[in-house]
Design a protein around this ligand. Structure first.
Ligand code: UGA
Length: 443
């Protein structure tokens, strides 16, 4: 089939490559010409496991091409919209760009099309879009059908390729048997359940999934606060409850909260949608509150353990919102970086993937660069630092040689924002350990 995919972030690019790999003819569209040039030359402009190989494999087959031209892409039969939908100030996702793109496409369409919405959109958006498209077609006397289908994406950044080829489920939101057949045909080689439902249920399934994931994290984070006060270890509690299949072992890791471009934004969207309709989504609000307080608690621990932070040097390992990605959107580290700068600390920061993004962020937010040194290795960041703050759960941090850490640090305190170390191992190396919900730090 001829497929066009719009918006080449990690969702759009992976979707394009998946369909190319399945033998379809894909035109992948973006407005960013420099990104298109990079992709055409076989370079992926962001970090995503396995995607470079997939691009290298599919480029020579000519089953995928990159373009900024809507008129050429509009000839395709199926159109996947994968534009980002960041929050507006009111918390609702921005859908204007999708609307504008669809308006442009409809102007170019000359025959029936399937318009598939992968972007995360508020519940009811696809119904509104469907009506809008039908009205536009009628006005321009185009006598054919453009069917709007909801097909939310559940892949994780960093693991997009794996999640696209091995998803847990495919959700198809449509009440048209013809659209259902086309979508099932597109995904027929996936070994997972396919659920067909209304567009509204489909849109809401996406939010429900992220709401539950965020809730699991915040519940564990709230419990970690109680564990801290009572001399219990949240890591042991996590293992104990995770063995219950009704709870499940994933997404129970305590830390300094969830970040990224999805969970925080989708919670805001749910709360805002509820507000609009007179519904107070109290659990969602609490999940968000715990997520914020979790960062402040670790900062308070740092202040209590280190005293006046003016002139201290803090090594920070990890900046991205999670391990193994270069994305710093809503990363918890940004809170620590700006607060520690305000408190007068000097920072030596290492992240193997995200330092370029951090550079842009620091410039954009006018954060005092004299207090920040970006380091090219873990050891360089540690050099003569008073303390180490570990912000992501990267394997390279988990496997750090604690004796070496001890020898390079001037001070002896480790603040473990993701519980990557075992407290005993840290103490045995002659260092003091301050984690999340783990007894013994006395704070
Ligand atoms: C999330 C969902 O996991 C995907 O299923 C969804 O498709 C995606 O959002 C989306 O809506 O597009 P992602 O944003 O890539 O994926 O990140 P996650 O792996 O979910 O991690 C989010 C945050 O939660 C990270 O900051 C991570 O460190 C934190 N986290 C995760 C915890 O604090 N504890 C955990 O146990 C797990």
């Amino acid at each position: 089939m001829d497929i066009a995919v719009y918006g080449l972030g990690y969702v759009g690019l992976t979707t394009s490559l998946y369909f190319a790999e399945m033998g379809h003819c894909v035109v992948a569209v973006d407005v960013d010409e420099s990104k298109l040039r990079q992709l055409q030359s076989g370079k992926v402009p962001f970090v995503e496991h396995g995607i470079d190989d997939l691009l290298e494999k599919n480029l020579p087959t000519k089953r995928i091409s990159f373009s900024s031209s809507l008129s050429a892409a509009a000839k395709s039969e199926i159109h996947f919209i994968c534009l980002g939908t960041p929050s507006n100030v009111d918390g609702l996702p921005q859908t204007e760009k999708i609307m504008a793109l669809v308006d442009d496409l409809v102007r170019h369409f000359q025959d029936p099309k399937y318009l598939v919405i992968k972007s995360t959109v508020p519940v009811g958006f696809c119904d509104q879009l469907d009506k809008h498209v039908k009205d536009s077609l009628k006005k321009s006397k185009k006598n054919f059908l453009v069917d709007v289908i909801s097909n939310p994406e559940f892949l994780r950044e960093g693991w997009a390729t794996q999640d696209t080829f091995h998803p847990h489920r495919v959700i198809i939101g449509t009440d048209s048997p013809d659209s259902e057949d086309v979508m099932k045909e597109l995904y027929h080689s996936l070994q997972c359940p396919t659920l067909v439902m209304s567009r509204r249920s489909s849109e809401m399934s996406k939010y429900a999934a992220n709401a539950l994931l965020a809730t699991k994290i915040s519940v564990m984070n709230e419990l970690s606060q109680l564990a801290d006060k009572n001399g219990a270890d949240i890591e042991m509690i996590r293992q104990a409850v995770g063995l219950d299949p009704r709870i499940g072992e994933q997404f129970l890791n305590s830390g300094v909260g969830f970040g990224g471009s999805c969970l925080p934004k989708d919670l805001r969207a749910l709360i805002a949608q509820g507000d609009q309709q007179g519904l107070k989504l109290e659990i969602m609000q609490s999940v968000t509150l715990v997520n914020t307080s979790q960062k402040k608690l670790l900062l308070d621990k740092m202040k209590m353990a280190l005293g006046d932070l003016r002139g201290t040097q803090i090594a920070i390992w990890g900046v991205a919102f999670k391990a193994d990605v270069d994305d710093i959107r809503e990363a918890s580290s940004l809170f620590f970086i700006s607060e520690l700068i305000k408190l007068g600390a000097n920072l030596s920061i290492f992240d193997s993937l995200a330092l370029e993004q951090l550079k842009l962020y620091l410039r954009e937010h006018k954060l005092n660069s004299a207090q920040v040194k970006l380091c090219s290795s873990q050891t360089q960041a540690l050099d003569k630092a008073d303390a180490l703050l570990v912000m992501t759960e990267s394997l390279e941090f988990r496997q750090a040689n604690l004796a070496l850490v001890k020898s390079l640090l001037k001070g002896s305190k480790i603040f473990d924002a993701r519980n990557v170390f075992h407290p005993l191992a840290v103490r045995q190396a002659g260092l003091s350990y301050y984690g999340i919900g783990r007894s013994g730090d006395g704070l």
